[in-house]
Design a protein around this ligand. Structure first.
Ligand SMILES: *Cc1c(COP(=O)(O)O)cnc(C)c1O
Length: 423
């Protein structure tokens, strides 16, 4: 079923109802079980794809009837089940099938790839992160620095927005990379910043890092399924993400890792080994010689969590039928523009959006600051009206109208309630 066929023309002055009628992706909302009210937290936990009940149920049935034999049974054999996610996931990442694998969770994958890609030497040991990095990323990097016998006080370098500003200036990030120069071992930055929704210039970051001889890794927790990505062409060395945000993979869902083709088969990279990273042909012969799979799958440690993968398979199927990130991003940009317009028309002077103004520099998440008034109180009032959003310290109500299951009417509802509670 392809519902992307009849795109209507849209113009700047259209109402939410008109935009919803012209929306070629509107039908996809029916494919999700969305909590009651106006659900704008797909950036935090994506909604349940209806079909996940089927894909999960199927694996429960196979478990019940086939037991362990299901590992080797047909195209859904659990032994190779992770491979079912690779193609759709690689499409979302803009990478090859040999460069992407679904496994573990985000922070675990970050550690595994830092083992391989953070190789400090006395002359080149610094890691560049943003000062407002997601705590898990910060902890992972700090602990890896300690693990190698270095000290974050001298090895961790941060880049921050300028005083009085919320967003990172591209030129400041690029200048910081150049300034650390040949002492820089690794750049680890988000594709989309979790607080402001700012998209960082990923291709330029990769080029700038490589220019000084550093490795460039990205945390794409808020980027995958939100903005278009071309990890391979951009030359990004490695990346990690989770699936329970924009990918609707469900709570604690399986994460993913990307490693550029230039590195996937590099025998000199240090790596933690497990039996799921060795050649599948010798794996069940129980050979104890590690024979690395010549793809990113060689980073796999354990047999795969089939149930969360079954849920994710249902969601990735919806992404594919929606036409992938091209059509989704086009709708997302219309939702963003509509939200901005309504904020301007109705809430100017009362609510400020911390997200960048330029469409190319932001994803579907906005970060609303209540200018005159009490942010936490407004957040509680939105919740009481069943407008689902989240509060992030220090000062933002995050809202993320996502193109798969949110409508322009959802944006109107947010604006209407915000208007009522900020007077
Ligand atoms: C959501 C998120 C995480 C979460 O990490 P898990 O290992 O999946 O719990 C990490 N980093 C960023 C930037 C995030 O947005």
């Amino acid at each position: 079923m392809n519902r992307t066929a009849e795109a209507g023309p849209v113009s700047a002055a259209m109402t939410a109802a008109e935009l919803d009628v012209a929306d070629p992706l509107a039908g996809f909302r029916q494919e999700f079980e969305v909590p009651d009210g106006t659900y704008l937290v797909g950036n935090s936990l994506g909604a349940l794809p209806r079909a996940a009940r089927e894909t999960l149920g199927l694996e429960l049935d196979r478990w019940a009837t086939l037991g362990g034999e299901a590992h080797f049974d047909g195209p859904l054999g659990w032994k190779d089940y992770h491979g079912l996610l690779t193609g759709p996931m690689a499409d979302l990442a803009g990478a090859g099938a040999d460069e992407v694998v679904a496994m573990n969770a985000l922070t675990v994958n970050l550690h595994l790839l830092l083992v391989s890609f953070y190789r400090p030497t006395p002359g080149r040991h610094k890691v560049l992160v943003e000062n407002h990095a997601f705590p898990s990323d910060h902890f992972a990097v700090e602990s890896q620095i300690h693990q190698r016998g270095y000290d974050p006080a001298t090895s961790l370098v941060t880049v921050a927005p300028r005083d009085g500003e919320e967003l990172l200036r591209h030129e400041d990030v690029l200048a910081a990379i150049a300034e650390v120069g040949d002492e820089l071992a690794l750049v680890l930055l988000p594709g989309v910043q979790y607080y402001t929704g700012q998209v960082l210039p990923m291709a330029e970051l990769a080029a700038a890092g490589h220019e000084v001889g550093a490795v460039v890794g990205l945390d794409l927790a808020h980027a995958v399924g939100n903005v278009e990505l071309s990890l391979h062409d951009w030359g990004v060395d490695f990346a990690v993400w989770c699936s329970y945000k924009y990918l609707n993979g469900g709570p604690g869902g399986v994460g993913a890792a990307y490693v550029h083709r230039d590195h996937v088969a590099d025998p000199d990279l240090p790596k933690l080994h497990g039996w799921w990273g060795t050649d599948p042909d010798s794996r069940f012969a129980m050979a104890t010689t590690f024979d690395a799979i010549p793809t990113v799958e060689s980073w796999q440690l354990s047999n795969a969590p089939i149930l969360p993968m079954a849920a994710l398979r249902a969601s990735l199927d919806v992404f594919q039928r929606a036409g992938g990130m091209g059509p989704l991003r086009r709708k997302s940009e219309l939702l963003i523009a509509y939200l901005d317009r309504r904020l301007d028309e109705v809430l100017a002077g009362r609510v400020e959006n911390l997200a960048p103004k330029a469409l190319a520099e932001r994803g579907c998440q906005s970060a609303l600051r209540i200018v005159a008034g009490d942010g936490p109180r407004v957040y509680e009032a939105l919740k009481a009206e069943r407008v689902w959003c989240d509060w992030r310290q220090p000062d933002a109500i995050r809202v993320a109208p996502v193109p798969l299951y949110n409508s322009f009417a959802d944006v109107d509802r947010l604006i209407e309630v915000l208007d009522g509670v900020t007077r």
